[in-house]
Design a protein around this ligand. Structure first.
Ligand code: A2P
Length: 280
């Protein structure tokens, strides 16, 4: 399995399996994903599927050390003590005694809290404590924009290993990615396929035809070439397999440029400082 090395030396697989909204029949989806070869699973307390994932991992008979498990501290679980409790609850639901990666899910507990900067830092201090206790191999953040990261880094002793953000052609968050690169934080992509909103895009369809792959594979290969770790979701074995088959072709520089220059397309409407835009 191809891996990338995080800023603390931990190796992380180059592609992970996203589990958001796989609550219905989620254990079946997780079992299938394991059979399809995924070993890196991205979950969160908010997804309400950690127990199912824990069962699937146990039932697989594959040693725990062969998996790379990420979970996240939800908005209502922020603050020092709450974050530690939230982490312990995730461990219990996942039937494990450590995580490979633990993230702060969103930078603010809610959109109106004037104390969000302090809450964000307190939560980070809890993650630093868990890291020092060796209960988690790497710690990071999710959905942080530049000003949220500046706040965190003003007090952090450990630089986050990862920032997981929405990233796909048509929504690259270039400033965030650039800031992460400068500070040696690995970017991970949620919704690397634009949650199926990109599948009719003309440029993507023409590149898919040109490289003789699917639009999904163009999106995933694009992430890989941008040094971003994609976390695609799928409910079908064949598409799960297909989404890992992105290492036998290379998108040429001029086509990468076309993808980088795409106008806003397929954005989920999620923003860390604003209410969700319903129809972006
Ligand atoms: P399905 O579960 O039927 O495979 P994202 O990860 O960006 O949020 O996108 C997930 C969506 O993309 C799901 O609706 C999933 O549907 C679909 N999808 C995942 N992989 C592929 C693929 N290789 N081809 C087409 N659709 C895909």
């Amino acid at each position: 399995m191809r891996t990338v090395t995080l800023n603390n030396g931990v190796e992380i697989p180059q592609i992970g399996f996203g589990t958001y909204r796989s609550t219905e029949s989620s254990s079946e989806v997780m079992n299938t994903a394991i059979k399809a070869g995924y070993r890196f699973f991205d979950t969160a307390s908010f997804y309400n599927n950690e127990e199912d994932l824990g069962h699937a991992l146990q039932n697989s008979g594959i040693p725990r050390k062969d998996f790379f498990l990420t979970s996240k501290c939800w908005r209502t679980e922020m603050g020092y003590d709450n974050a530690i409790r939230s982490f312990e609850n995730s461990l219990e639901r996942l039937q494990t005694d450590y995580l490979d990666l633990y993230l702060i899910h969103w930078p603010r507990p809610n959109l109106s809290d004037p104390e969000w900067k302090k809450v964000s830092i307190d939560t980070w201090k809890a993650l630093e404590y868990l890291y020092h206790c060796k209960k988690v191999r790497a710690i990071g953040i999710s959905n942080f924009m530049v000003h949220h990261m500046e706040n965190l880094l003003s007090e952090a002793n450990i630089v986050p290993a990862v920032n997981q953000i929405e990233f796909h052609p048509g929504y690259m968050q270039k400033e965030v990615v650039e800031y992460c690169r400068t500070h040696n934080m690995q970017v991970e992509a949620w919704s690397p396929l634009g949650c199926a909103r990109l599948f009719e895009n003309k440029l993507l369809l023409s590149l898919a035809a040109q490289y003789k792959v699917s639009v999904a594979q163009i999106c995933l290969r694009f992430a890989v070439q941008e040094h971003v770790i994609p976390l695609p979701k799928s409910s079908s074995f064949n598409r799960m397999k297909q989404n890992q088959e992105v290492f036998d072709f290379t998108i040429e520089a001029r086509d990468m440029q076309l993808l980088e220059d795409m106008p806003l397309t397929g954005w989920s409407g999620e923003h860390p400082d604003r209410e969700r835009v319903k129809k972006p």
